[in-house]
Design a protein around this ligand. Structure first.
Ligand SMILES: *Cc1c(COP(=O)(O)O)cnc(C)c1O
Length: 397
């Protein structure tokens, strides 16, 4: 049997009629940028989370970049995050000229160790960026308490955690701003790149809306007024939601980005958003199945911390003999993935930050041991049994 880590075809097959139809509708409409599907998806997404504003952008990395710019984070500022995450988390901080300051993770949840944050706060620290890694929410009460005490922003990197809950609340509504990715393999994925910024703060939302479209038009001017404490007015009688023919699009107020969600992606995401709770429940069922049936004593299984609804973007095991184990599973036709093999503080590009091996023992330990086994909503019972049997059979080899 061949089992992939994530099977996008299996998902597509369950909703192909709907997807094909909405894609053709957008194609025929010739409205490809912004417009009805994007507006509706933003509304549906914000309703889903229970957050005031949702601003769609081109991808999750841009969501982080634009969110931080909207908060006014700039060159030389410091943002605290973890080195055990996808590169984008830190890259987005560097991309705006700010400095990622790393804090080690917990061994049980792989999330930021909140006991170690305060030591890293300096006069330049502007924000904490917890990552809800692999779909498990970080210790948000503690992060928010520290942020409040030191007057720092909290930016949730929720790219892997759509639908995850912390003490009953969905992630994305806990910090000042949160960012999501719709990369195809994320729990809610589109057919290309896509991302979302969410916030309850209307000013942050206005700035983010301006920044995603060249700092132009009505939002550009509103953002300009916010930044400069002015109250200039633009004649908006001719404006509308239509970006292509909006007469205000050639009035620019900020240096921004061109980072929007395509109408086609929004239409696809509108179909998929209706399924996300069901899909996440199935991921949780699969995780429970693995937890109950994997009996191989040499492996460490993932844990769900108290008060969390983990959405298992990845199901992560740990082994002292990872390479041998992965080779064995490959021979059995079972795909695996290593997340993350190189801690960010040891990435070549970050040599200049001055970190060295030994700085973050938990991250370094995990990076040598962790691996993901197949996890997606459509995994069949037969596949799950095959995977578990193969894993358990490894005993004694
Ligand atoms: C996927 C991901 C991102 C970036 O999202 P893209 O859409 O690929 O740009 C950022 N942070 C984390 C933790 C991610 O998993």
């Amino acid at each position: 049997m061949e089992i992939s880590l994530i099977d996008l075809k299996a998902q597509y097959n369950t909703i192909s009629d709907q997807l094909n139809s909405v894609v053709l509708d957008v194609l025929a409409s010739t409205n490809y940028i912004m417009g009805e599907n994007v507006n509706k998806f933003e509304k549906e997404f914000s309703d889903y989370l229970g957050v005031k504003n949702a601003i769609s952008v081109g991808n999750g990395t841009d969501a982080l970049v634009i969110a931080m710019k909207a908060l006014g984070i700039k060159e030389g500022d410091e943002v605290i995050t973890t080195p055990f995450t996808f590169f984008s988390t830190a890259e987005s901080i560097s991309a705006i000229g700010a400095i990622p300051v790393f804090v080690d993770v917990n061994l049980d949840t792989f999330n930021i160790d909140v006991k170690k944050i305060e030591d890293k706060i300096t006069k330049n620290t502007k924000a904490i960026m917890p990552v809800h890694i692999f779909g498990q929410p970080a210790d948000m009460d503690e992060v928010l308490e520290i942020a409040k005490r030191y007057n720092l922003y909290v930016i949730e990197d929720a790219c892997q955690a759509i639908g995850a809950k912390y003490k009953g609340e969905k992630v994305g509504v806990l910090g000042d701003v949160a960012c999501f990715s719709f990369f195809p393999t994320k729990n809610l994925g589109c057919a290309g790149d896509g991302g979302m910024i969410v916030t309850n703060n209307d000013n942050i939302a206005t700035l983010a809306k301006a920044l995603r479209t060249h700092g132009s038009g009505e939002n550009g001017q509103k953002a300009y007024n916010l930044i400069n404490g002015t109250n200039e007015k633009l004649d908006v009688s001719n404006s509308g939601n239509d970006t292509v023919y909006n007469p205000l699009k050639y009035y620019n107020y900020l240096i921004g980005h061109n980072s929007r969600l395509d109408a086609m992606q929004a239409a696809i995401l509108r179909v998929k958003l209706k399924e996300i709770d069901k899909w996440n429940d199935k991921r949780r069922d699969n995780a429970r199945f693995y937890n109950e049936n994997i009996k191989n004593e040499s492996l460490v299984k993932p844990t769900e911390a108290e008060g969390r609804r983990h959405v298992y973007h990845m199901y992560i095991l740990q082994s002292d003999h990872r390479e041998v184990f992965l080779e064995y599973l490959k021979d059995k036709g079972i795909a695996t993935g290593v997340y993350y093999p190189v801690p960010l503080h040891l990435q070549k590009v970050y040599i200049e930050l001055g970190y060295k091996n030994g700085d973050f023992p938990n991250t370094e330990y995990l990076s040598k041991r962790t691996f993901a086994i197949p996890m997606y909503a459509e995994l069949t019972l037969e596949q799950k049994h095959y995977i578990v049997d193969a894993i358990n059979d490894f005993i004694g080899r």
